[in-house]
Design a protein around this ligand. Structure first.
Ligand code: G6P
Length: 610
């Protein structure tokens, strides 16, 4: 989604703002802008359609100077991408605003403000904020009071940062439903919608809570909570190195993140498993009590995280013998629920800020679901703060819009959780030990899959000129096929559809011909022979097959059949290994097609609006 950066410093902030935007660009990227305040010359604003590089070029050799500034990268919601709709938005010449989220009551507010004589120059909901704050300031005669009065009239989800030429040392910020952090520097402060934006200038952050507003100056931060009380919020240190969010020697973030998977899975396992068992206490102090009470698991998530939840359903039902339901958050939140006793509500999210997932969690609480467990990658995120129990994935910052390492670390966390749950429900020590050992071997086996990179690159040529593709899987590999199809469509724009292989004959077979590559993952499990029959059905219709097969399947190349062998693992863990070649395949197809791999069109990394 959109990204916010702001700075109150003792030096020119324009460079900090542009670098911050560059780091946030993966979240949304149709236009960008900044406003810098110089006490003598006032606010200088620049806005450009396109990527941050376009803004940087426009700012060029004559950058605005000033110690106070705000900046924004936009992912359009109200109004098309255009310079007029890009942020910052201004009211007159002295007030500028950047905003993430959606103002739900922007229409009545705009009508009111028009009646009061304010003129609108954009189609955005954000411009309402600018004029609203200006009006309330004029009414109150004091900027801070006016700001609070304005914010109290706004409905919806927002994070915003404001500067006014009358207060040349102060940024006014607020958050409600969209993330905002304050970066604590030495004698200076920064704000951003994501801490990654600020890593070049600080590793210390204050996470604002829902409903907080703050006055941010170089030397001080004053926070007021939703009830109007002054509050102190703790300062947290960012755990990862600053270059965790850099591309290094890789051509794309996505490729780097695919290759990081063995390491980040090791990090996710670290301290949580012994040679033979999962350490329940490492899942949280409440874990033992909660797990013993679980009779049903309700998983809710979006996108790739939803696919991780779908895999977990197979695990939870098979290993723990507990019923599990999985649903996308945008559906879950808009229907009535029958709550079973002992239901654990489990959300999965890389960012911890996905609007639908957060809304589903809040709705679940209102509906009477008891305990909430989150599997999440971002410490301090809203989801983490609002859940009773959290298992952090240690994937590190994920920048590529197409999620890769977040998915496999989510699977790792979900399997640890399942094993702990299953122990309360009769899983034998011997079987747990087998699975823990197999899990510990996964990073090493994944490194072996990375060695297939060149061969997968060769295969990718088959896909470049295709418009459609089919991904097949059975059992817990069906969600892996869905994830593979999602990767291909996200970054190469090839239509990719996933089907449970047994369902092929009920429709999709009609589509199969030589122009429809069919991709499948074939671990050695109980369903292998059935899968092979499904593949025969494809071959009989002239479909070209691409099979990633476990070394124990003894499958080999044949006419129209390309088989690539991956290491064998326990069938339970096959989703972890089988995912990686599909990620590499999508990556190479996208590179060959010349698409923007890390920032595919129309998508955003973190969807913080509905
Ligand atoms: C967006 C991203 C996906 C991600 C989904 C859910 O659509 O582009 O990669 O899977 O949001 O995000 P979350 O942060 O909740 O896992």
């Amino acid at each position: 989604m959109c990204g916010i950066v702001g700075a109150a410093a003792r030096r020119d902030v324009q460079g900090i703002l542009i670098e911050g935007l560059r780091r946030l660009e993966y979240r949304g990227y149709d236009s960008a802008g900044l406003a810098v305040l110089d006490p003598d010359s006032g606010i200088q604003r620049q806005r450009e359609v396109g990527k941050v590089a376009a803004l940087e070029e426009a700012v060029g050799s004559n950058p605005p100077s000033g110690h106070l500034g705000i900046a924004h990268t936009r992912w359009a919601t109200h109004g098309k991408p255009s310079a007029a709709n890009a942020h910052p938005h201004m009211s007159g010449e002295r007030l500028a605003v950047v905003h993430n989220g959606i103002i739900e009551n922007f229409e009545p507010l705009r009508d009111q403000l028009r009646n009061d004589g304010y003129t609108f120059t954009s189609e955005t909901d954000t411009e309402v904020l600018a004029h609203l704050i200006a009006r309330e300031y004029a009414n109150a005669g004091d900027l801070v009071t006016g700001f609070h009065n304005a914010v109290s009239q706004v409905e919806g989800a927002y994070a915003l940062a404001v500067l006014h030429a009358d207060e040349p040392e102060t940024l006014l910020v607020a958050r409600q439903g969209s993330p905002l952090v304050i970066g604590v520097g030495i004698g200076e402060h920064f704000v951003a919608s994501d801490q990654l934006a600020l890593l070049p200038v600080t590793d210390r952050f204050i996470y604002l809570a829902e409903g907080d507003t703050a006055l941010v100056r170089a030397e001080s931060v004053t926070i007021t909570d939703a009830s109007g009380q002054r509050v102190e919020r703790p300062i947290n240190r960012f755990e990862h190195s600053a270059d965790a969010a850099e591309k290094g020697n890789y051509r794309h973030f996505m490729l780097k993140e695919i290759h990081e998977q063995p390491d980040v899975i090791e990090a996710t396992l670290q301290g949580r498993v012994t040679e033979s068992r999962v350490l329940e206490q490492a899942l949280g102090t409440e874990a033992s009590r909660l797990l013993g009470e679980v009779r049903h698991v309700q998983i809710v998530a979006c996108g790739t995280s939803f696919h991780a939840g779908m895999v977990a359903r197979y695990w939870i039902e098979e290993l723990a013998g507990i019923p599990c339901s999985v649903e996308v958050a945008s559906e879950f939140r808009y229907r009535s629920h029958v709550i079973q006793d002992g239901t654990l509500f489990l959300t999965i999210s890389q960012s911890g800020e996905t609007a639908d997932t957060l809304a589903a969690l809040r709705q679940a609480r209102d509906a009477g679901f008891r305990a909430a467990l989150a599997i999440c990658n971002v410490p301090g995120s809203s989801l983490v703060r609002e859940s009773d129990m959290v298992i952090m994935t240690h994937a590190g910052p994920e920048i590529g819009v197409a999620s890769t390492k977040a998915f496999t670390t989510q699977l790792t966390a979900l399997l640890m959780f399942t094993l702990a749950l299953a122990r309360h429900n009769g899983l034998s020590e011997a079987r747990e030990a087998e699975l823990v050992q197999a899990l510990r071997a996964i990073p090493h086996q994944m490194r072996a899959i990375m060695d297939l990179d060149d061969s997968i690159k060769q295969l990718s040529q088959w896909f470049v000129d295709k418009h459609h593709s089919l991904f097949l899987g059975r059992g817990s590999l069906y969600p892996v096929a869905m994830e593979g199809a999602l990767k291909l469509k996200e970054i190469s724009y090839i239509h990719a559809e996933a089907y449970p292989a047994g369902e092929l004959k009920h429709g999709p077979l009609a589509l199969v011909d030589s122009e429809m590559p069919v991709v499948t993952v074939a671990p050695s499990n109980d369903l292998l022979e059935k899968l092979k029959s499904n593949l025969q059905e494809v071959r009989a219709r002239g479909g070209e097959l691409f099979v990633f097969a476990d070394s124990e399947t003894a499958m080999g190349d044949g006419e129209g059949t390309h088989v690539m062998t991956i290491p064998h693992t326990d069938p339970i863990l096959a989703p972890l290994l089988c995912t990686v070649p599909l990620q590499l395949l999508s990556y190479h197809v996208a590179v060959l097609k010349g698409t923007d791999v890390d920032q595919p069109r129309n998508l955003a990394k973190s969807v913080t609006v509905e």
